[in-house]
Design a protein around this ligand. Structure first.
Ligand SMILES: Nc1nc2c(c(=O)[nH]1)N[C@H]1C(S)=C(S)[C@@H](COP(=O)(O)OP(=O)(O)OC[C@H]3O[C@@H](n4cnc5c(N)ncnc54)[C@H](O)[C@@H]3O)O[C@H]1N2
Ligand code: MOO
Ligand SMILES: [Mg+2]
Length: 421
């Protein structure tokens, strides 16, 4: 008699997994290496930016109160007493009706409170001395970039858990973070199970298929921010499978297997969990694909038994393993980002279990739209290539029509969501 499994909802399954979430750790890496990593601490401004008043233009710094009389009919003439390139500081005090030639980025000379752009002046040479004339007055503070206008000392600029993008790299450099505190990448062990599996470099043989799950899941692990420890393929033999899994568990926090979790004669993972004495959190989720996804905990380590079917394996990872990885990367929004979009095609099917359609999300005018990225079956690989989102069609519904608003989960997004379920 085949064991009967009781399906639980996705929300219940996600909650069960998140109860056991693991803590993250901090390491320091060079600024360059920090790209695509996740911040392990809030980044605060270590000084004002800019930290001195400076000129945003090439022109002449002067005292605005001296310019009040300037007009088209009565241009004023000021003597130029110094020239400042960016990086230089003034040495000559500026007196009434004097100006300092100043370049973009140079610190404002003491006493000056405005800058007139080069284009608005005429330069004169009188008896070997330099002068400018100009025809308009300036207000106090005009064309000055003030200390602290970009950031103030102590401001929190980027929160812990943020994905480090090029803009953040620039910010870190601005504030002198030559070394950056980032989350240690969780190491995720991975096995593919199945005696039918060939590697990508092997020619096809009758009855055998190439192992696509390991490379795909490895890429998903890296996309989520983890590091892959690939242990290779396992034939469907109990002793070798049990030994390999128990040994690998000593080396990683999270171990993913693909295949062998259903009720077939060679689906050995349920027996492996039993022999280990692992606590099986669930072995059936009311979702399609991925209904056989099984998660177990053993000595504070996770065993993710993902389905062998490629689409089911892909979805199972994103829903249950990704949030654990992102939590270890200090994210407060570790789940896939949830949004709504308009369905662009009819999906005329009953959904006894919640269906997670692999979809292509795109913009049309100002509307977000989704369309299935291929055939909606658990054993299909081709629909995964074009999928940048999962469209959630809740269990107990049927027949969605083009134009219906649906919930979507974004696969390529770094923002995430607190809990979409
Ligand atoms: N009697 C029942 N049969 C099945 C049930 C069920 O409830 N009762 N569930 C079906 C569902 S749903 C799924 S999903 C699959 C899950 O099977 P397993 O997780 O046990 O995976 P396998 O049987 O090992 O493989 C399934 C399928 O995927 C192919 N596969 C496996 N590994 C890979 C890989 N690394 N790369 C590419 N393809 C892989 C494998 O050859 C099989 O075709 O069970 C249903 N059956
Ligand atoms: O778990 Mo299966 O993926 O529902 O098709
Ligand atoms: Mg099976």
């Amino acid at each position: 008699m085949v064991e009967s499994r009781k399906p639980i909802s996705i929300a219940q399954a996600v909650n069960k997994v998140m109860e056991y979430k693991l803590a993250g750790q901090v390491e320091w890496v060079s600024l360059e290496e920090s790209q695509h990593r996740f911040l392990a601490q809030d980044i605060t401004a270590t000084h004002d930016v800019p930290h001195f008043n400076r000129s945003p233009y090439d022109g002449f710094a002067l005292r605005s109160k001296d310019t009040i009389e300037a007009s088209v009919h009565g241009p004023l003439k000021f003597e130029v007493v110094e020239e400042l390139a960016a990086g230089m500081v003034s040495t000559v005090p500026v007196q009434q009706n004097q100006a300092v030639r100043i370049m973009t980025g140079a610190q404002m000379p003491a006493g000056c409170d405005a800058v007139i752009m080069l284009e608005l002046t005429k330069e004169l040479d009188i008896d070997g001395r330099k002068y400018i004339s100009f025809k308009r007055s300036l207000k106090e503070g005009e064309n000055v970039s003030f200390q602290g206008e970009d950031a103030r000392l102590g401001d929190i600029l980027v929160k812990k858990g943020a994905y480090i993008n090029p803009g953040i790299i620039g910010l870190l450099a601005t504030f002198g973070y030559a070394e950056v505190p980032v989350a240690v990448k969780p190491v995720i062990g991975l096995f593919a199970t199945g005696s039918e599996l060939l590697d990508a470099n092997e020619p096809l043989q009758p009855g055998k298929i190439r192992n696509s799950n390991s490379p795909a899941i490895s890429a998903q692990i890296r996309r989520a921010g983890g590091e892959v420890r690939y242990y290779g393929k396992l034939k469907d033999e109990f002793e070798t499978t049990y030994t390999a899994i128990s040994k690998a568990l000593e080396e990683v926090d999270l171990l993913i297997t693909t295949g062998g979790v259903s009720v077939g004669d060679f689906d050995l993972l349920p027996d492996v969990y039993q022999k280990l004495g692992a606590d099986v959190l669930f072995n059936k989720v009311a979702m399609r694909p991925g209904s056989v996804t099984t998660v177990a905990v053993y000595q504070n380590k996770f065993l993710f038994g993902l389905s062998g079917n490629p689409s089911a394996c892909y979805v199972g990872f994103e829903l249950f393993a990704r949030p654990i990885i992102r939590t270890m990367l200090f994210s407060e929004q570790p789940h896939l980002r949830k949004e709504t979009a308009q369905l662009a095609k009819d999906v005329l099917k009953p959904n006894p279990f919640t269906r997670l359609l692999r979809t292509q999300l795109y913009y049309e005018s100002s509307q977000l739209k989704v369309t299935p990225s291929g055939v909606d079956k658990s054993n299909i690989t081709t629909s995964l290539a074009g999928a940048n989102s999962l469209t959630v069609l809740p269990g107990g519904t049927r027949n969605f029509r083009s134009g219906d608003t649906v919930d979507i989960l974004l696969l390529e997004d770094q923002q995430g969501s607190k809990c979409p379920w």
